[in-house]
Structures are given as structure tokens and as C-alpha cells.
Design a protein around this ligand. Structure first.
Ligand code: NIG
Ligand code: FE
Length: 412
């Protein structure tokens, strides 16, 4: 095959690539490499010398990566980025001894963010979400999943998802939206759970699906939120509409939510501090990704980490995300989440980085297109000044990201 650079739009040379393609080399590493883009796609990967030679002969724009490491654009596959208000007062209450569950049962917690989100204007929601998105993006994040779930009425759930979609138009980032209609029972339905579940899983979801506002659905399946049977109603409705499902499972108790996720072939089951061996085996058999959320675990000062050894033994793909939300994870640093996944949960840095690239892509159903550096995939990548990739999980509060390419275009 004769190689030609004639149709490249640009090439990055003098880089080390961590392609994250599974194989023998840790991180799918390629030293002294080059990566070329055409339009939105990766056109070619080879050695730095070849890249420079081909580019020179074809007059292609050459970017000198100056020894940087290039990784696939990071993917934050679980966030509640769109919300009104904050929960600083609850943070203080918890430090005085109140538990997350007590605060939730007393009408605080998610309910207080629901009130603030309903009251916020669409512009206010968009501005604060964009501020959080920019912080994630500054670390090399190129795809963000964003959930609804703080509206809990037809109008505000829809508004949240519209704001999430709007982020993609305003900023050089890709967004995947998730309808989290079953997050908490709103106060006005306190005496009629059934009516709420019927509305949230019926007309509200149908309207959102018809408007193309959701790429998937999610439920908080937990003792303080929704039961297995209620979650099943949402998942059945999603199935009829052809929407993939994901679930908040085993954050506080094991009520069988992981098994339910597996039964529905969920894209992901998230949190999983409380998960038995059977749950892990079922997730593996269903190909469901376990999304670990160490910043929520940290903020709630939980004591039992997710059963990482059982997940590994069963062969469950593991992802890591920020869970950015005002209650349990006021975190806009995916790199910090990676560091915590290593220190608190015992992931290796390579597992953590796979969790924010290849496995996060899988959790969002975009693995054919994103999550690794491979010819034909989307040219989403980030450049970091590092000695080696593990540093991304090691440094706390540093941001070694020195450049980002999204859909083939360098961000300013
Ligand atoms: O992922 N667990 C449920 N949902 C969020 C917390 C929401 C909140 O407290 O506002 C989570 O941790
Ligand atoms: Fe969450």
C-alpha cells in the first residue's frame, strides 16, 4: 500500500501515543509516534519520522507535540452537570453528623436541588452547566454524559435535557443525554407514587423521546428512591422506544439492581459499592459496564468500596466517572476521580485510564467511534505533558493537559 498524506488536514508529530487499544503494550503505547487527521476522523497513525516525511511531501500542516503524550479524549460517562443551586449547607450538616439518607428523608437532598432547578431560568442552568463543562474540558474531556433528574416534572425534565444538548452547540465538546425520570419522588406526588411513576415512564418519556432529547434512560434504584418493580416499568417503556438503559445501583444497599440491569442488557450499572458476586457475574454476562464513582464515595465518607476484585474476576468492564452533582460529588475533575479510583478503590492507573476512555465509551454506546486512538475513529484526543500515562492518576490537582483536538479540530 502506498501511503499518501495528500488528504490529511493535519498531523501531530513528536508524540507518544497511549492508544488505549487493548493488547500487549500497557496503555497501547507507541513511542515517537505521529497521528494524522482528515476531517473529523483519525486518518493515519505511524512513526514520528514517517509522519513528518509524508506531511512535508504533501504540504500538510504539522503540529509539533514536543514529546507530549496523546491519549483518546477523556469521556466522563456519568454526570448531573445541569442543576440549579448548591448543597453547601448540607455538606455542613453532614459534617455535624447528619447522614445523606436522613437529610434525604427530611425533604433535603435531591429535593432541595429539584426546587432550585425548577426555579432557575434556562439561561441560568445553561451558564452554570457550561462553567462546569469547561472545567472538565480543560483536563482533556471531549465527551460528557449529562442526566436530567432534578426537574421531576414534565417541563423541567425536558428543559434540563435541552440545556444539556445546548452545551454541545456552545462548546467544542460532545454530549450524551440521559433521562433520569426516576431519581426521587417529588414532593407533590408524595401520596401517589404510582401516578408519578406512570407519568415519568409514560407521557413525559414519550415526549422526550419524540423530541430526540435522550440518548438513554436511567433510574436511581435504591431503598430511598425507586424499587425494582418501578425501575422495571421505566426500562420496559425505554425498550418499547428503543432507548438503552443505565442504572444507579448499589450505592447504599444491594437490592438487586445490578441483576435487574443485566436482565435488561443495561449499558452500565453505576456506583456498585453494594454488589454481590452473583451481581458481578450477571453484569459480566450481559456486557454491562460497571461505572465506579469514587468522588461520591469520598464525599459521603462511605466505608465499603465496590468489590473491584469480584468485578475483575467476573470480567466486568470497569469505567470511572465524576458523578458531578451538587449533593454527593461536587467534582469537576475527572483526573481527580481517576486518582481516587486508584487510591480508594485499588484500580491500577491503566484500569483507571481505560475507565475514562475505552470502557467509558462502551458505557455510553459510542465505542465504535470513540475511546481509543485508531484509524477511522473520531479524532478526539488530548495532549499531556507527562513522563508516563500513570501520572494522570498520580498527581492531585495538577492539570498536565496542554492541548485538545475535538472532531479533528484543535481547541483554542
Ligand atoms: O449519583 N444517587 C443518586 N444520585 C446522585 C446524587 C444526587 C444528589 O444527591 O443530588 C448520585 O450520587
Ligand atoms: Fe449519579
Amino acid at each position: 500500500m502506498t501511503e499518501t498524506a495528500l488528504d490529511w488536514d493535519g498531523v501531530w508529530v513528536g508524540a507518544h501515543l497511549a492508544t488505549m487499544v487493548p493488547g500487549e503494550d500497557p496503555y497501547g503505547s507507541l513511542g515517537d509516534a505521529a497521528i494524522a487527521v482528515r476531517g473529523e476522523r483519525i486518518a493515519w497513525i505511524g512513526t514520528a519520522a514517517q509522519g513528518a516525511r509524508l506531511a512535508a511531501s504533501a504540504g500538510v500542516r504539522v503540529h509539533d507535540a514536543a514529546g507530549a503524550w496523546i491519549l483518546p479524549g477523556l469521556i466522563d460517562c456519568h454526570t448531573h452537570l445541569v442543576h440549579g443551586g448548591d448543597r453547601v449547607a448540607e455538606f455542613e450538616q453532614r459534617l455535624r453528623g447528619a447522614s445523606y439518607e436522613e437529610i434525604a428523608r427530611a425533604g433535603g437532598g435531591i429535593q432541595s436541588t429539584v426546587r432550585a432547578t425548577r426555579e432557575a431560568s434556562t439561561q441560568e442552568l445553561a451558564t452554570s452547566a457550561a462553567r462546569r463543562a469547561r472545567r472538565l474540558m480543560a483536563e482533556g474531556v471531549t465527551t460528557i454524559e449529562v442526566k436530567s433528574g432534578y426537574g421531576l416534572d414534565r417541563r423541567t425534565e425536558r428543559r434540563m435535557l435541552e440545556v444539556a444538548r445546548g452545551l454541545e452547540r456552545e462548546l467544542p465538546v460532545s454530549v450524551r443525554t440521559t433521562y433520569l425520570g426516576l431519581h426521587a419522588l417529588p414532593a407533590e406526588y408524595r401520596d401517589d407514587r404510582d401516578a408519578y411513576v406512570a407519568a415519568a415512564c409514560g407521557p413525559w418519556l414519550e415526549e422526550i423521546a419524540a423530541a430526540g432529547l435522550a440518548d438513554g434512560v436511567d433510574a436511581f434504584c435504591e431503598s430511598i428512591a425507586f424499587t425494582i418493580e418501578e425501575t422495571r416499568r421505566l426500562f420496559d417503556a425505554a425498550r418499547r422506544l428503543g432507548l438503552p438503559v443505565r442504572i444507579h445501583a448499589g450505592q447504599l444497599h444491594d437490592i438487586g439492581a445490578a441483576e435487574l440491569a443485566a436482565q435488561y442488557g443495561a449499558q452500565s450499572a453505576d456506583h456498585l459499592e453494594y454488589l454481590g458476586e452473583q451481581g458481578a457475574r450477571r453484569l459480566a454476562a450481559a456486557g454491562t459496564v460497571a461505572v465506579l464513582l469514587p468522588c461520591a464515595y469520598f464525599t459521603l465518607r462511605q466505608r465499603d468500596p465496590p468489590p473491584v476484585a469480584a468485578l475483575r474476576a467476573a470480567g466486568v468492564p470497569i469505567a470511572v466517572a465524576t458523578d458531578c452533582n451538587p449533593g454527593t460529588s461536587p467534582c469537576t475533575s475527572l483526573l481527580l476521580a481517576l486518582a481516587m479510583s486508584c487510591t480508594l478503590f485499588g484500580l491500577t492507573p491503566e484500569e483507571a485510564l481505560r475507565g475514562a476512555t475505552v470502557n467509558a465509551a462502551r458505557a455510553l454506546g459510542v465505542a465504535a467511534d470513540r475511546g481509543t486512538l485508531e484509524v477511522g475513529k473520531r479524532a478526539d484526543f488530548a495532549l499531556y505533558r507527562l513522563g508516563r500515562p500513570a501520572e494522570l492518576c498520580y498527581a492531585l490537582g495538577a492539570n498536565p493537559c496542554i492541548g485538545v483536538v475535538h472532531r479533528g479540530r484543535p481547541r483554542d
